[in-house]
Design a binder for this molecule. Structure first.
Ligand SMILES: [Cu+2]
Length: 280
């Protein structure tokens, strides 16, 4: 029985490691400038952790095999551990994980700490149970003031103040449309509970927290249609909270955001239907 258990541990270990090699459930293609750095960091981390995992499981199997129940009835001896071993593996583990943190800090800082480049296209993303409201500033590139008392889920989902000149050409729609190869800054907000912005191809996730306007910036480099989801269990109908992100050639994007609200919606829907989702 002991031998069987040891062999089972080794087989499970080999099968789990092989799953990573055949990349059956791997990421979809990265479409941002920072994507390759994130993927490289992920790969290094998974290799380091994979080696530790495989070594630990092979060792576990070996101990199960060697100390299995046998005819030899000698009593087990108990030890209280080995201080030198404890110190060594604590230090080695600390060095490994601090090194991984240091290696990843540049891409982390580029995404989360550094401000967006000047001239980045600003788009406001307001989450609510269970929908996305994406607001474009329109031709004047100025977002109108908002106030909760103007919120109407059907006609004015983010509560743009109707007397504010900056808001006259603002457009709200459930689809995120961005230009390719140009920096984009999203201003992430929530009307109710914590949600989470996630497009797997962008290689980041960000919470949307009520009362905060969280800014994230990135440059997408591949035109296409991608799925966008809420990655925070935000309530009963969380599963419905998905939409699309459309990455357009810059000229198409510029033409779209200049349009009057009614034309905008028609053109946006036409574009949305003309792109196919990537296969994975
Ligand atoms: Cu949500």
């Amino acid at each position: 029985m002991g031998r069987l258990l040891a062999v089972a541990i080794w087989v499970i270990t080999i099968a789990s490691v092989l799953m990573f090699f055949n990349k059956r459930w791997w990421f979809p293609e990265a479409i941002t400038d920072h994507g390759p750095s994130v993927d490289r960091q992920f790969l290094i981390t998974i290799i380091v952790c994979g080696i530790a995992f495989a070594a630990a499981q092979i060792g576990l199997g070996w101990v199960v095999w060697k100390y299995r129940d046998s005819a030899d009835k000698t009593r087990a001896t108990y030890s209280h551990g080995n201080n030198r071993l404890e110190v060594v593996w604590t230090i080695v583990t600390a060095i490994v994980f601090i090194s991984l943190g240091v290696m990843g800090q540049r891409v982390w800082a580029a995404l989360h700490l550094n401000p967006a480049p000047a001239g980045a296209t600003q788009i406001e993303v307001t989450a609510q149970q269970f929908a996305w409201n994406i607001r474009y500033a329109g031709g004047d590139k100025t977002f109108g003031r908002t106030d909760v008392q103007y919120i109407d889920d059907a006609t004015n989902p983010v509560g743009v103040v109707d007397t504010d000149a900056g808001g006259k050409d603002d457009i709200s729609t459930p689809t995120l449309v961005i230009p390719a190869n140009r920096p984009v800054e999203l201003i992430l907000k929530s009307k109710d509970v914590t949600h989470n912005f996630w497009v797997p191809q962008l290689r980041f996730k960000q919470d949307l927290v009520p009362g905060m306007a969280i800014r994230v910036h990135f440059t997408a480099n591949k035109v296409g249609k991608y799925e966008m989801a809420c990655a925070e269990l935000c309530g009963m109908n969380h599963f419905k909270m998905k939409t699309f992100m459309l990455v357009l050639p810059p000229a198409d994007f510029d033409a779209l955001v200049q349009m009057a609200p009614a034309q905008f919606q028609d053109k946006k829907n036409e574009l949305l239907n003309s792109y196919q989702l990537p296969q994975y």
